[in-house]
Design a protein around this ligand. Structure first.
Ligand code: GCW
Length: 735
């Protein structure tokens, strides 16, 4: 009897389990197979738009790729992988010309058919890396051609053509001509040789130093493909807080394997160097850049590297910044320091990228430091040195005004450094598309030569005649299956590449492309999630530091809030240094009554920021210390506006959650559920940010939380305690 009852119960529970599962499957409306995100935006799924599919199928029957090089091989590999899947049809890949439509790829040197089209005028406009995609009638047949001056140009053209198909564009009369607007489109990895990644939240470093040089992990090639598909052509593989060992023969051998994997995709390898390398791995007793032995050491080292990696890009250098060694130890300035390296790589066509991220505890205002150090050196750097400047004067904060160095260095090649990894935006836990931030930085008008001298114009060499131009993006890519942790961090990687290629693209159109390629072309996904992406960065600003507040992070990890931080070894590491709030008001006075940092901008910008009434409210507390009672454009007081912004940030995250819920039927369950879970974390974190900041500022202002807003249930002490108790989702901070 007991036994029977047990069997009955067992059967009943089995029935319930099966039923529940069935119910789950039934309520889940998507029929899309699960995806883990590894392919990122290079997903070659059957074209969703039936009409377009029909068009592509009829127009592309044979693929003819002219030439013979590893890059040409990469093109053929990509197309033979992509096209049969996109079109779900068999195509000819044997270079045969059919009378029903061909895709023809070549330079005028490698393809007689392209040569016969007489495109020399067009080709002369696109440089070494540009491409042309167009419809062309050859031998009475309508074809699509991809033409360029080099195989690399063809590769970029191939990816651009695939993008047309992936985004379901009409290709019936194509006429595309494109070439990059800056020369170095570069990723900066902050990867340590231990494989822990500084500010990296997506697993261990991609570079498996232990199995290099012998094992060429296919992932290196996929990395190169993804980058080439968005036009990235350079990568610095190790942390700017550099381990000198990177320059030892042992590591150079490992780098050879990486450079070999990247080469067919046009990606040049750079390394970050430690300024004391001549001492630390070279056996010298000084690293003084003017010491003849040191000079010779760098020359010999460069010769050795170029012997092993003939197309090596050069060195990336963080010197005399945050404890990194540099020329200051020998009383030499940055220019003297950089030039010794520049001389060493110059005969090989290499460049030195010298970072301008400097600040010292002696400065009254950290904002001023980089400008004060580098402007006097303008014109003193060798031609093959590029100064790499972060977008803002402090450090990748949720919103910064542009660094006044842009537009202030007519005689020093200047490139822009942006951050893709979300050091200050919730790591890999928060959805915060950075395309809008990048666009805001690039479009900022420096007025260096009157109106219309944007940061983008400066770094592309349109304002001053720079010898070398570039943009760098700091990435967190790791060995996590989807590369970035949060699936939407991929969108910022994508946006960086697209903007580095063409800084006039908009964040909006880039988001649209990315979503179509990464998720689906279905408008019912694109419309709501496009809105989410476009608002996500602003939401992150609102719940962290609206109206121009900055650096309210907990010390060290930069994840959670700690606006109360004071009394650290350096004042410029504390939050109170940045907000300067007291019972009367809040904000950093950078006008003449304060640090006067506004004087570093060109007149028009200076005038705008100097005056509290013309300073855009998004930047208000960057430049002015204002009373809590200050009247804002909305008619509210500053206090009320600030608190409303904090609450709005949380509401925006809740809105993002709802939007995400609405797209469940249109994408696969795996990625849907992952983003949904991450949004839950984001909502919780946003509430913590809001309550911590609101309660803390209230403890100073003594003002009430405006009517209609729910008061935090817990008190300030509770939120302060979270700084010590809540797990921080990053390596290094939970040892
Ligand atoms: O933002 C700060 C980071 C450091 C980083 C530094 C830099 C590589 O907190 O982790 O160090 O910037 O850009 O050099």
């Amino acid at each position: 009897m007991i036994k029977r009852k047990f069997i009955y119960l067992f059967a009943l529970s089995l029935f319930t389990v099966i039923n529940c599962k069935a119910a789950l499957v039934q309520t889940y409306q998507s029929d899309k197979p699960n995806e883990d995100g590894y392919e990122a935006w290079l997903r070659y799924q059957l074209v969703e738009d039936a009409e377009m599919l029909q068009q592509y199928r009829s127009m592309i029957n044979s693929v003819i790729v002219a030439g013979d090089s590893p890059t040409i091989q990469a093109i053929s590999d990509e197309l033979s992988e992509a096209l049969p899947q996109l079109l779900s049809k068999q195509l000819l890949f044997d270079n045969s010309f059919t009378d029903s439509g061909n895709l023809i790829i070549g330079t005028s040197g490698t393809s007689a058919r392209i040569n016969a089209l007489g495109m020399s005028d067009e080709l002369s406009q696109i440089g070494d890396e540009g491409y042309i995609i167009k419809s062309a009638t050859i031998e009475g047949v309508e074809n699509i051609i991809i033409a360029a001056n080099t195989d690399l140009g063809l590769l970029y053209g191939t990816f651009a053509f695939l993008r047309e198909l992936q985004t379901n564009a009409d290709i019936s009369s194509l006429s595309i001509q494109s070439s990059p607007k800056v020369q170095y489109r570069m990723l900066n990895h902050w990867d340590n040789l231990s494989r822990l990644v500084e500010r990296g939240y997506a697993g261990l470093s991609l570079w498996e130093w232990g199995s290099l040089p012998e094992y060429n992990n296919p992932r290196y090639t996929d990395y190169a493909r993804l980058n080439a598909s968005i036009g990235i052509n350079a990568t610095a593989v190790n942390n700017v807080n550099a381990d000198p060992k990177i320059l030892t023969e042992q590591f150079l051998e490992k780098l050879v394997t990486l450079a070999d994997a990247f080469r067919p995709y046009g990606i040049k390898l750079f390394v970050s160097i430690n300024y004391q390398s001549p001492m630390r791995v070279g056996g010298l007793d000084t690293a003084d850049p003017l010491d003849p032995d040191v000079r010779q050491w760098w020359k010999d080292k460069a010769d050795q590297i170029y012997e092993m990696i003939p197309d090596f890009g050069g060195f990336l250098v963080k010197a005399d910044s945050e404890g990194q060694p540099g020329p200051f130890a020998y009383d030499r300035d940055h220019a003297v320091g950089a030039n010794v390296l520049a001389e060493a790589v110059e005969p090989h066509g290499g460049v030195v990228i010298w970072r301008a991220f400097v600040y010292s505890p002696e400065q009254e205002d950290r904002f001023r430091e980089a400008y004060d150090e580098f402007v006097p050196l303008d014109g003193k750097f060798n031609d093959n040195v590029i100064l790499q400047v972060k977008n803002g004067p402090i450090d990748f904060q949720p919103r910064e005004p542009f660094s006044p160095l842009f537009g202030a260095l007519p005689n020093t090649n200047t490139m822009l450094e942006l951050q893709i990894t979300q050091e200050y935006f919730g790591f890999d836990k928060h959805l915060a598309y950075q395309g809008t931030l990048f666009e805001e930085a690039i479009d900022s008008d420096t007025y260096a030569k009157g109106k219309g001298s944007t940061v983008g114009d400066v770094v592309s060499g349109n304002v001053f005649d720079y010898e070398y131009t570039g943009m760098a993006g700091v990435v967190n890519l790791g060995n996590t299956q989807n590369w970035t942790g949060h699936p939407f961090v991929q969108s910022s990687w994508y946006a960086f590449g697209r903007l580095a290629w063409d800084y006039t693209l908009t964040a909006d159109e880039i988001a649209d492309e990315w979503m179509r390629m990464t998720f689906t072309n279905n408008e019912r996904f694109l419309d709501p999630i496009g809105e989410v992406m476009m608002q996500s960065r602003e939401a992150g600003v609102n719940y962290r530091m609206p109206l121009g507040l900055t650096h309210l992070y907990a010390q060290g990890h930069h994840y959670g809030p700690a606006p109360w931080t004071a009394n650290l070894p350096r004042p410029d590491w504390t939050a109170v240094y940045y907000h300067k709030a007291d019972e009367n008001g809040i904000g950093f006075d950078r006008t003449e009554s304060g640090s006067n940092a506004v004087e570093q901008y060109h007149d028009e910008v200076e005038a705008m920021f100097r005056n509290v009434n013309t300073t855009p409210e998004d930047y208000l507390l960057w430049f002015h210390h204002v009373p809590w009672t200050h009247e804002m454009k909305s008619g509210k007081t500053l206090w009320e506006e600030l608190i409303h912004k904090y609450y709005e940030g949380v509401e925006q995250v809740r809105w993002m959650q709802k939007k995400w819920e609405s797209v469940k039927p249109f994408i696969d369950e795996q990625r849907f559920e992952q983003v949904k879970a991450l949004l839950k974390i984001q909502e919780k974190d946003a509430v913590r940010w809001r309550n911590s900041c609101v309660l803390y500022f209230q403890s100073l202002s003594g003002l009430p939380i405006p009517d209609g807003l729910d008061k935090p249930v817990r008190d300030l002490e509770y939120y302060k305690s979270l700084e010590r108790t809540v797990y921080v989702p990053a390596p290094r901070y939970n040892d």
